[in-house]
Design a protein around this ligand. Structure first.
Ligand code: CS2
Length: 490
């Protein structure tokens, strides 16, 4: 079989959607940092729509800040790849053409700085995950001692981090009299635009206070809420999609048809007419973000921890278990009062989530969602937990969810089988207890001392520690499913 490329676009099977525009006429207008599957199933699709509408100045220069894998897969394909949107038996396959080139930052940092400094670039988007911001998310401050921050301050022209690249490019543009771009964070962080802006200003401050002021005043970092479930691609996906395409694709992306992109309407420069693809522009993203981060991502983290402990590999499998559904329902009941759009909208949202989680065509692995969980728990579970405790709610299910996460950090499932815990920030934490020997009290106390997750106020809130110990001890003694049935759903 031949490979997907500009030359083979014409030989794709007829029902495969493909770029109907002249790719050679496309010029770069967007730089994206973090060219993972999520970007390719989300922002790159809306840029492809814009190019399809004739907005030819919105090609993407995509960058990986770490590994060359995506570039190695897509460069021989002229940047083309396919997106398979699946729901049950239904599947739509579309080839996306908006990525014009892929840079691998560590190989040639100057090329990425040059791409960002290109005056044609008006927009920068980011999917660098929680850890890419180099922020202490509990304290809201830059990790000033992080090796990448130190490196980037010492080597401003050859940075490693997203923050270092952005500040260097902003400085270069400013010095050359080129207007700043807008930077849209597409990561699952609370107030992601403000978080990014704070990280940029704190870093710039250490370089040059005048630059920090310029960034704070002139570089718009609108917050955005992004949503589409995108499981990691498997070899089975590759084989099935090649059969659908009629050519091979080294790295297709699989996702659900559903998507949302809500962006704060505050741009420093022009942007594509994204609204024509259904992207929403609003004055305040917060209500959308809370709904998504707490109801979707929070329940994902609960399902991931429960799934790992109970031995369920995928969200759909875990969610087919009545006990897991009861757990998630209880979790949602606890969280919904913290959602400012009100109960009716939140309940409609969880109704849609139930259908999305049950999508049997997506093998969304619980292990994928559990990755970097220590960086997700503060905004997903602890923020609503704090609010509920302050409002006088016992927040039993939220407390149980935190206990589940703690238990899942032990890396032993309920049948005694070991599993990998992929969470570098957790691994760096020196206080990590041995969950097979330490008492429940000692384990919980050790975790409550993990300030990057718990902060300082929650651990001493009256009543919280004993409830957390009780939930943790029940999960550890009985296993997650029995603990839910006996303590939570009762
Ligand atoms: C998930 C998200 O891996 C995770 O932490 O919760 O990737 C989730 O699938 C997306 O945010 C959905 O939009």
């Amino acid at each position: 079989m031949t490979t997907l490329s500009n030359a083979t676009l014409g030989s794709l099977r007829p029902d495969v959607l493909r770029p109907a525009y002249d790719r050679s006429a496309v010029t770069p207008g967007i730089v994206h940092l973090g060219v993972g599957a999520f970007h390719r199933a989300h922002q790159a699709v809306f840029a492809d729509d814009a190019l399809g509408r004739g907005e030819s100045g919105w090609g993407i220069v995509a960058a990986s800040l770490r590994s060359p894998d995506t570039r190695d897969a897509l460069a021989p394909q002229d940047g083309l790849y396919s997106l398979a949107l699946r729901d049950g038996e239904r599947e739509e396959v579309r080839v996306i053409g908006s990525i014009g080139s892929i840079l691998v930052a560590p190989e040639a940092p100057a090329r990425l700085v040059d791409a960002l400094a290109d005056p044609r670039v008006k927009l920068v988007t980011l999917t660098v995950t929680e850890k890419g911001y180099l922020m202490d998310l509990a304290a809201g401050t830059l990790l000033a001692d992080h090796p990448d921050i130190r490196h980037d301050l010492a080597n401003p022209a050859a940075p490693r981090s997203a923050i270092g690249f952005l500040v260097e490019a902003i400085a270069r543009r400013h010095a050359a009299g080129v207007a700043p771009f807008t930077i849209v964070s597409c990561d699952n962080l609370p107030s992601n635009g403000a978080t990014l802006s704070a990280a940029l200003s704190a870093f710039a401050e250490a370089r040059d206070p005048a630059l920090a002021r310029f960034i704070a005043e002139s570089v718009a970092c609108p917050s955005s809420m992004v949503d589409r479930i995108v499981p990691a691609t498997t070899d089975a996906d590759r084989a099935a999609i090649a059969a659908r395409l009629g050519v091979t694709d080294a790295w297709p992306v699989v996702g659900e048809p559903y998507f949302q992109w809500v962006i704060e309407d505050r741009f420093s420069a022009e942007r594509p007419r994204y609204e024509e693809s259904g992207v929403e522009f609003v004055a305040d993203v917060r209500p959308f973000e809370h709904m998504k981060l707490r109801l979707l991502n929070g329940s994902h983290t609960v399902i991931a921890a429960a799934g790992r402990l109970a031995g369920f590999e995928t969200v759909a499998r875990a969610f087919s278990e009545p006990t897991v559904r009861r757990l998630v329902d209880a979790y949602w009941r606890d969280v919904i009062p913290t959602i400012e759009t009100g109960e009716a909208a939140a309940t409609a949202y969880t109704g849609r989530l139930k259908a999305r989680y049950a999508n049997s065509a997506l093998a969304h692995r619980t292990a994928q969602i559990a990755t970097d969980a220590s960086l997700k728990v503060p905004q997903r579970l602890l923020a609503p937990l704090r609010e509920q405790l302050a409002a006088g709610s016992p927040a039993k299910a939220l407390t149980f969810a935190v206990a589940l996460w703690i238990r899942s950090c032990g890396g032993i499932d309920d049948a005694g089988r070991p599993f990998d815990v992929t969470d570098p920030a957790l691994a760096e934490w020196t206080g990590r207890p041995d969950q097979s020997t330490a008492s429940p009290e000692a384990v919980v106390d050790a975790f409550l001392g993990f300030a990057r997750v718990f902060g300082s106020e929650l651990p001493v809130r009256p009543g919280f520690r004993p409830s957390l110990i009780e939930a943790y001890a029940a999960i550890r003694a009985k296993g997650v499913l029995a603990a839910v049935d006996e303590t939570l759903a009762a």
